[in-house]
Every structure is written in C-alpha cells, then in structure tokens.
Design a protein around this ligand. Sequence first.
Ligand code: DGY
Length: 312
Amino acid sequence: MPAKYTVLITSTSFNKIDPLPRERLIQHGCKIVDNPFNRPLKENDLIPLLKDVDGVIAGLDEYTRKAIFSSKKLKVISRYGVGLDNINLEAAEERGILVVNTPEVNTQAVTDLTFGLMLAVCRKIPQAHMSTQKGEWGRFIGRGVYKKSIGIVGLGRIGKAVADRAKGFSMDILAYDIKKDEISSQTQGIHFLPLDELLAKGDFITLHCDLNPGSKGIIGVRELALMKKTAYLINTARGGLIDEKALFETLRDGKIAGAAIDTFQDEPPVGSPLLTLDNILTTPHIGSYTHDALLEMGLIAVDNLIQYLGKE
Ligand code: DGY
C-alpha cells in the first residue's frame, strides 16, 4: 500500500524510549524520514529534509522563516515537547501550517529535575559523589532547602507544580509573573512580588517562563546583582532567559552561591566558559527525559499530527 503521508522526525529522543509512537505513525500510513544527524537540526540541515514532507515531529531544531518557507507540502509541525520558541510561528501561520505541542505531559518531569538540581547543587552532591568514587572521602558542606525561600519566575503549569513540591520542603513560596494569578495567591500561599524584590529575597531562584522577546535575557547583570550571595539560580526552562556572560562573571566572582543549569543559549554549549566553573551544576536539557514523559509526549505528538493530516 503506498504511503498516505511522508513524515519527518527531527526530534532526537522520539525513537529512544518505546517503538509505540513510531509504530502508530506507520499504522496510519505514514512513511518516515529520520533525522540523519541525531542532533537538533540547524536551518540549513532542515531545508532539504522539509522539501517533500507533509508533517514533522519536531524537536528543538531551527524552524526558521526560511526553513518553513522552503517546504512545499508541509501542513503540520507537531512539536514533541511544550516550548515553541524554536519555531517561527508567524511564518507557519502565513504558510497555513498548523503548529501543535504537547503541554502538560512533561510538567512533573521538569519539576522533578528542578528539585533534583536544587538539592544537588546546594548539597554539592556531584562533588561528593566524585570524591567518594576517587576514594577521597571529601565531606562537602552545603546549604539546606528546608524552610528556605524559593522565587519562581513564571507561574505557569511548571511553575505551579514547583510551588506545590516546595510545600513539601516547607519553603516560603515567592512568585513573579507578568500576570498575577489571584487564585494561586489566595489559595496556595504564594506571595507575588515584583521581579527585583523576588530576586533579592529568594534563597533559590528558579526560572519557568517561556522564551519570547519579552523574557529574553530576563536575568542579566542587574538582576544577578540583586540576588543574595548565598542564593542559587536554577534554569530548567530556556537558556536564552539568562545572559550567560553575566552569569559566568557572577559565579566566577562568587557573587551568588551557585547555579544549576539544564538549558543553554546554544546547545550543546561547546566551549562555554560556564563549563569551567565548580559552582555550577550542568545537565544536557533533560527536563522531560523520563520514560513516562517521553512516551506520552511521543504518543500525543503522533495523535496531534495524524488527527490534523487526516482532516485534510
Ligand atoms: C520542551 O518540552 O520544550 C522541552 O524543553 C523539551 O523539548
């Protein structure tokens, strides 16, 4: 039977967990084109691959205006994940291409990682592990999380889940968002503050906002200077939210206690000076990397794509 649709899979983790999402595409008559590079694609990699496809299961690749306009038949970009900052939405709209994502499914996975990073960075768990493995028994003295204050920048789905987890640590929960959520404020004991005040008060500052022109570089030289010398910055959202040069200088000069960073401006952050510091903990954008979240993301991304192509 000839294939009904040709689908490009650019996400690098889509095939890693379970064959089910891929099998579902095939059952629905899709011919699959795989990402030949096994890394997020740059605009120039994408252009030849997009030429003849009807749909894509998209990762963190560069879906720029030029890439989108180069496609002849593309009808749907089904984002395997929640963030849409790597897709030029205006260009997609102009071309009549539907862009869909998988909100909700990675919320708990990203929240778990946020707390994992917070605990690991302030208790120096990676350093302690390395030391024990080397037979050195280095007993590092860290800082605690219990009853400390957490400043959540961006109180959307993930920000709220982080607030909920923070209650288990009896933390004082502070939040900044462009829109104050009155209900969370009244019912969840979350104190909304202006960003500057939150930065000055938080023992942990954790970023959970979208990357868009308004939030790009939201944490720069001035904002880092407002943070306590004993505070930690956690970023499991998007690298572009932080001015990385400013963060490097702040950490190098010991102006904050540390940072834990899962997302970078350029991924992978090859040659970044941040990787040379010992008061930073880094991970390779693994917020949604749990078996449960990835499988669910895969199935929903496939269903979104098939549903739309089926309507054509
Ligand atoms: C997301 O869902 O946007 C995550 O960052 C992984 O793609």
